[in-house]
Design a protein around this ligand. Structure first.
Ligand SMILES: *Cc1c(COP(=O)(O)O)cnc(C)c1O
Length: 543
């Protein structure tokens, strides 16, 4: 890389000329930044291994490097700044692409996402309007069309007609599943109450006119917390996000939902939406989508499917049928920054009918004018980056077959890991993997037997201690830094619907192999030997 000589930012003390330079060419002291850039490009895994320190520091200790609120008066040398990046920031970040990091939905990225991300930054397109994005606008519409087709399988003629029709939108590209869910429910609300009414008069006037006491959203207990944010923002109210119980497989109980819907309608509430989950965040469960579609039709309610996680399962010939019924949804959320292996900040909501998003359409005079092709007229967000390029790249470079392979191997690994847990006497599989997410806990065989026989009060006490054991092992494993699982709380039907703490494992990292998974269990068994855990187990014996 050509290094420039001449005054650096710091030497020149912020004169205009040197300020202009940093917008065009790197200053000579940018060399370390260029080295980091090269190291990341040449050997990302090596860079992360070298620079992320595996030993966990307490966050309060890390905060000491970030405790000044003063904006530096004088310019810095870029090289000084990169010292800070390596020493204080990268070293204490999380190695999310590590094969042993199987606790969350964030994993490794294909290498081409790095240079492509740089191109997105370099071009700095703003997708809100054509005047700042040009070719990126049809690109984004194409990506939305591809996803629409993956879900709804409409005829070719449908896409010929709608793909680039500026009056309509097959979906909205956004920063993630949260905004996608909000957008879906926003359009459902406006359609239910008449877009002219609600958008202009506000919720109170529109409800009065519709003769409704309020609105309700129905979803299983396993619904993502973003739905609660949506209920709050849209004026529905969190209390009216109705959480329905699930069956032994963490799928929504249809009978309970049907009864609750009838009851709400009787009370004068409008059913804003029935929401189905295709890959619940904590359990990976998939609701009976066909039955939910039937219910939505009966109720005349918008049917939304949150497939932020599980949507990518549609790539797999073998597993696609698990999501049967998704094609009947009015709207579907999919996160590309999860199982499409795109960097953070890429979500989408797709609408079956091209006119649905018109219910939230907004225009302004200087941009997103009526009749323009500006994408900003159909999105919640304003300025947005050209992330669609990264999704487009994944779809082209990895392709349907490639994604199928990624999905299938994740499912196979989940099945392998579930079998390993099941086969081990001291682990108890609690959440069986329906997709590639599962839950389990450390619970010695003798205790598993005892739990079957005990009275409810004793069971509860035993489970409370086991919860503490699970938490301790999870924290100790995270601190040791070799492998990582997360933890959550789920209802356990085996023990009378008690809510218990479990290790949560998400198997989407292509670099994770069986050996790593065996190590996860071995390390947990080692950690269970710790005197503190043994003391807790002794406590249980005396219960
Ligand atoms: C991840 C997730 C979301 C939220 O997506 P963000 O991208 O984190 O905003 C919503 N629903 C489900 C089921 C998810 O897994």
């Amino acid at each position: 890389m050509a290094e420039q000589s001449g005054p650096t930012m710091a030497q020149a003390q912020a004169n205009l000329e040197s300020l202009q330079r940093i917008f065009t060419i790197p200053e000579s002291s940018g060399a370390t930044l260029a080295q980091i850039d090269a190291a990341i490009s040449n050997n990302l895994d090596g860079f992360l291994r070298q620079h992320i320190v595996a030993i966990e520091k307490d966050l309060s200790e890390i905060e000491t490097a970030f405790n000044s609120a003063v904006i530096p008066e004088q310019p810095y040398y870029v090289s000084d700044y990169t010292d800070f990046i390596l020493k204080d920031l990268v070293s204490q970040s999380v190695h999310t692409s590590s094969p042993g990091f199987v606790g969350h939905m964030t994993s490794a990225l294909p290498y081409f996402m790095l240079p492509l991300s740089k191109i997105v930054t370099a071009l700095n397109q703003n997708l809100v309007k054509v005047e700042t994005s040009k070719a990126f606008t049809p690109l984004e519409r194409q990506v939305l069309g591809m996803l629409h087709r993956l879900i709804f399988q409409a005829e070719d003629g449908f896409y010929q007609q709608w793909l680039h029709d500026s009056e309509y939108a097959l979906g909205a590209f956004c920063s993630g599943g949260t905004v996608a869910n909000i957008t879906a429910l926003w359009s459902a609300r406006n359609r239910l109450l008449g877009e002219g009414n609600i958008a202009r008069k506000g919720l109170f006037g529109a409800l009065q006119q519709a003769n409704l006491k309020g609105l309700a959203i129905l979803v299983s207990r396993r619904g993502h917390y973003s739905l609660a944010k949506a209920a709050d923002l849209l004026g529905v109210g969190r209390d009216n996000l109705i959480a329905i119980d699930t069956d032994g497989d963490y799928r929504v109980n249809m009978l309970a939902m049907r009864e609750r819907a009838a009851q709400l309608q009787e009370e004068g509430m409008g059913i804003l939406s029935v929401v189905g989950l295709a890959g619940a965040t904590e359990t990976g469960s998939v609701d009976p989508l066909d039955e939910l579609a039937d219910l939505s039709e009966e109720l005349g309610a918008h049917f939304h499917v949150d497939a932020a996680w599980g949507g990518a399962t549609l790539f797999s010939d073998k597993h696609r049928s698990l999501l049967k019924g998704i094609e009947r949804a009015d709207s579907v959320t999919i996160d590309a920054h999860k199982q499409f292996y795109v960097p953070m900040g890429a979500g989408m909501v797709l609408f079956k009918e091209p006119g649905t998003l018109n219910s939230i359409e907004h225009h302004a005079e200087y941009i997103i004018r009526k009749g323009s092709k500006d994408l900003g007229s159909h999105t919640l967000e304003g300025s947005r980056p050209g992330m669609a390029l990264l999704v487009h790249a994944g779809l082209n470079i990895i392709g349907r077959k490639g994604y199928e392979l990624l999905i299938d191997q994740g499912m196979d690994k989940a099945a392998y890991f579930a079998a390993a847990i099941d086969a081990h006497p001291d682990f108890e599989l609690v959440v069986e993997p329906r997709l590639n997410i599962l839950g389990y806990r450390y619970c010695p065989a003798s205790l598993q037997q005892r739990l079957q026989a005990e009275l409810p009060e004793v069971k509860q006490k035993i489970n409370a201690v086991l919860d503490r054991i699970t938490s301790r092992i999870q924290k100790a494993q995270r601190a040791a830094g070799k492998t990582f699982v997360s933890r959550t709380r789920v209802d356990c039907h085996r023990y009378g619907d008690e809510v218990i703490t479990v290790f949560r494992v998400v198997l989407a990292n292509p670099l994770t192999d069986h050996e790593v998974l065996d190590q996860v269990l071995e390390q947990q068994l080692e950690l269970a030997e710790h005197p503190e855990i043994q003391a807790l187990l002794a406590d249980i014996d005396s219960l």
